[in-house]
Structure formats: C-alpha cells, structure tokens
Design a protein around this ligand. Structure first.
Ligand code: FRU
Length: 478
C-alpha cells in the first residue's frame, strides 16, 4: 500500500482509499445516524458506483460498515447504484436510488430493503419508476419523505426546454407512485452573481418547518445544478411558503455555499426535529495527482440547516461537532500593532472561532501559513468596504496542480464597521467557514507543508481561539 496521503482528512467522513461522491440515504434508524455515499471500492475515479455506509450513534464516533448496495451484473443498475435516499419505516430501511446503465441518459428509480439496520439489502426485482416523464433530457436522484397521510418523492431532471426541474410524485404505500408534474415549476431562475440555476437539477432535497405565524409551513428546496456539457456546477436553495394544499411558493434562489467545492448536499431529519446536511466536497487538484494519492472526495461535516423567520437559510456545524475538540491550541486578542502578528501553531486539523474587525480601506484578517517563510498560505480576510469575507487560496499550494482562486461570502454589515464572527474548521485539505449570519463556504486546498502550520493576524482587531480536532476511536461492534 502507498504511504498515506498528507491531504487525507482526519475528521471528515470518507473511507481511507478510493473514490467517493454524493452522500446518500441519510436516515436515523435503529438508534444510529446512517450516512451512505457514492463509492467506487476499486479506485480513485468515478466508476463502479456502490453505496458505501457509515453509521454513528451520536454524530461524533463513526464506524464504516460493509458496502450496502453494489451493482448487479446484467441488472438495471449494472453500471452503478447512483444517488438516492432512504426512509425508516416499520423496523426496516427502504432505499430509493437511481439505476445506471452506461449510455443511458436517464436513470430509472429502483428500491432495496434492509431488515438488519443496513448491513444486508434485498433489491426489489422490478423497477419502481421505469420511465421518466415526457419532455425530460436528464432524470435521476429520488428523494422520498413522509407527509401525514402519504409519501412524496422528488426526482431531479432537466426539461427539454433547457430548464432544470424536480419531478413530484405521491404514493400511499411506497410502491405505487403517481406523477404530479414539476415541483415549484414557476421557481425564479437566476442565482445572484449571474450564474443560472442550471439546465439540470440533480439531487433535489426538501425540508420544512412550521411557519412562524402558525399558518402552514416554510419550505426549503435544495438543488444541485448540472450542465449537459460542463457537468456539476453549484448548489442553490429556494425558501418559501407552503400553502395549506401543500403547494410550495419559492422566492429567489440563493447559493447554499459560497465555495467552489460543495455539491450534492443531502438532508437527514434527526429524531429531535433538526435538519442535518452533508455534501460532497470534490478534489481541486489535477487527476494525475488524485491518481497518485489513491483517493478522491470527502463528505462535509454535518451541518444544521434552518430558516430564520424571514426565510433566510442559516447553516452551522452540527452542535455535536464541538465534541471533537481536544486541547486548546491558542487564544489571542488585540489589535495588530506591527504586521503580521504571529498567533502560534495550529496543526493541520483544527477548529477556530474568531471575531474580526478590520480598519476601513484595507482588508484584514487571518493567514494560515503552511510553509516556513509563509509564502504558502490560505487567507481569510474581511473586506469592510466591499462588505465581504474573502477566502483566498491563490497561494495555498506551491504545487501548480492545485486549483487556486478567491471566493467571497457576503457580509454587508462590515460596511458599517460591524465585526465578523466566524467559525472555521480546517482538516488537512478542506476548510469550512461559517459566519454567524449562517452563510457558509467550503473549499479544498493542498499545502506542501515544509513546516508546522501557524496562524497570523494581519491588519485587524481580533479575538481568536483554536482547538485541536481529532476523531475519537470507532465504537466497538454492536
Ligand atoms: C451528482 C450525481 C448524481 C448521480 C450521482 C452519480 O453528483 O451526478 O446526479 O446520481 O452523482 O454518482
């Protein structure tokens, strides 16, 4: 076996080797959170897609279970058990997924059942939904949820007029499904910043909460946008009101995550009613390097996602993630007198909270230095004039095979001098940044690391606290 790649995350979920993409089948069942995921057990590229399986009693300790679903040779899913979700009903797990055959532009919906907590599965012999609706040019990724007296299903699709859509189905028995048409067909299209919401919608997800005024519900539709030529693009979220007949009326879409490496997020309804979310964070380094490393992709940390009273999406790491904190690495405060101020070493897997107030006229914030001379660094800066938090990875790897770029989280309050409160989790090659406003940004970076990683404060008034993060040992069997 090759040496362990230094960019392999320590606390983010993924198997030690090979390819993963979307989280699938997220469900609480038998006292465990189950996280399935798109997985090629044979190599670091998208092929032979199985459903891998992790579970946890508490979102802190995770164990990897045997592969749950594998393609049946000669079967409808012979070339991949593509994405879908799962429900827990009457002591069993029922998974809904997309059955892939190479060369077919759409994936019919099929199902499998487990009576032993997801260890072994029996596939239903015939397809559940064998044909997509007319006028679609892409079709996959079922998402099933329970309403009072019936089940509902969304399936991702592209319409022949070039718009993405989520197809809505209903069932009373999970076996017979009636197609009702596109869900929220009149949803406004462009994303802020000019990016369209895409020709295809993959992995539609739907969450809901009682409306603050007690009348009906607030809904949240999450989609991943896909382009026929360029493939996966970004993730958008629509929030809006449901009328009492269950019709969803979405307002303008927002980006769910402001980073470049966040896709196919999926929801889990926790027993306490919280909606949790995981996404796929893909590699941002050249495929040759990925091949040498022998693995690709990771799942983001579990997030709690909610809507504020006015319908704004709010994300934070799940509160359980705090239990991964070990020793405190640093606590530092004060205005920067002479630039930069060295705050101390942080290791390559840590959790940080910061309060940052830059002076007007010049972005200021934190630098994570990963080389001895600090020429290799990842910056998180507040631009008060622009009203933005900037995450800059353009100098984050001296290896030219890593992707660079600068990304921005809107924070208009900075224009009037408000401090930025943020949480940042760094895990070797991934960083997830959360503002107290509920905005999030995920990106990948690949330092050469010829020195211990250390933190600097640059032209900013700051309070920073950081803790080492470590995954606890796997629980014993049972
Ligand atoms: C999203 C996606 C899904 C599909 C799966 C295949 O990343 O393309 O639409 O079901 O991945 O692995």
């Amino acid at each position: 076996t090759p040496p362990v790649d230094p960019h392999l995350p320590a606390v983010h979920l993924r198997p030690p080797r090979n390819w993963i993409n979307d989280p699938n089948g997220l469900v609480f069942h038998d006292g465990h959170y189950h996280v399935f995921f798109q997985y090629n057990p044979y190599g670091p590229q998208h092929a032979n897609v199985h459903w891998g399986h992790f579970r946890s009693p508490d979102l802190v300790t995770w164990e990897e279970l045997p592969v749950a679903l594998d393609p049946t040779p000669g079967g409808d899913d012979a070339d991949g058990c593509f994405s879908g979700n799962a429900v827990s009903i009457g002591g069993r797990l029922v998974a809904f997924y997309s059955a892939n055959r190479t060369g077919r532009w759409w994936q019919p919906i099929t199902t499998a059942e487990s009576h032993d907590g997801g260890h072994t599965w029996a596939k239903r012999p015939e397809l559940l939904i064998p044909q997509p609706p007319a006028d679609t040019t892409m079709y996959r990724d079922p998402y099933v949820w329970q309403e009072e007296d019936r089940w509902r299903m969304l399936v991702g699709s592209a319409l022949s007029d070039g718009r993405g859509a989520a197809q809505l189905y209903e069932s009373t028995d999970l076996d017979n499904w009636q197609h009702l048409g596109p869900f929220a067909a009149d949803a406004p299209r462009p994303l802020p910043g000019g990016t369209d919401t895409g020709a295809g919608w993959e992995c539609p997800q739907y969450a809901f909460w009682p409306a603050p005024d007690g009348v009906g519900r607030q809904g949240l539709l999450i989609i991943s946008t896909w382009d026929h030529d360029a493939g996966p693009q970004a993730t958008a979220a629509y929030s809006g009101r449901e009328t009492l007949d269950g019709t969803f009326h979405p307002a303008a879409p927002v980006r769910l995550d402001h980073g470049p490496d966040f896709y196919a997020p999926a929801l889990l309804r926790a027993p306490d009613g919280r909606w949790l979310l995981w996404a796929w964070s893909w590699e941002a380094r050249e495929p040759t390097w990925v091949g040498e490393a022998g693995w690709a992709g990771l799942l983001t940390l579990p997030r709690e996602i909610a809507l504020t009273a006015d319908g704004t999406v709010h994300q934070q790491p799940a509160r359980e993630v705090t239990a991964l904190r070990g020793e405190q690495l640093l606590y530092a405060t004060g205005p920067v007198q002479t630039d930069p101020v060295a705050l101390g070493e942080v290791g390559s897997t840590f959790d940080l909270t910061a309060r940052l107030t830059p002076p007007p006229g010049h972005p200021g914030g934190l630098r994570l230095a990963t080389s001895a001379d600090a020429s290799e660094h990842l910056d998180v800066l507040v631009d008060a004039d622009a009203g933005e938090v900037i995450v800059d990875r353009s100098h984050a790897s001296r290896d030219p095979r890593a992707v660079g770029g600068t990304y921005r989280i809107p924070y208009p309050a900075a224009r009037s001098g408000a401090p930025v409160e943020l949480r940042m989790v760094v895990d070797r090659s991934v960083v997830e940044v959360f503002l107290s406003t509920g905005e999030a940004l995920t990106l990948r970076f690949y330092p050469d690391s010829d020195a211990p990683w250390s933190l600097q404060a640059r032209s900013v008034d700051f309070t920073v606290q950081a803790w080492n993060l470590a995954a606890p040992a796997e629980p014993g069997p049972g």
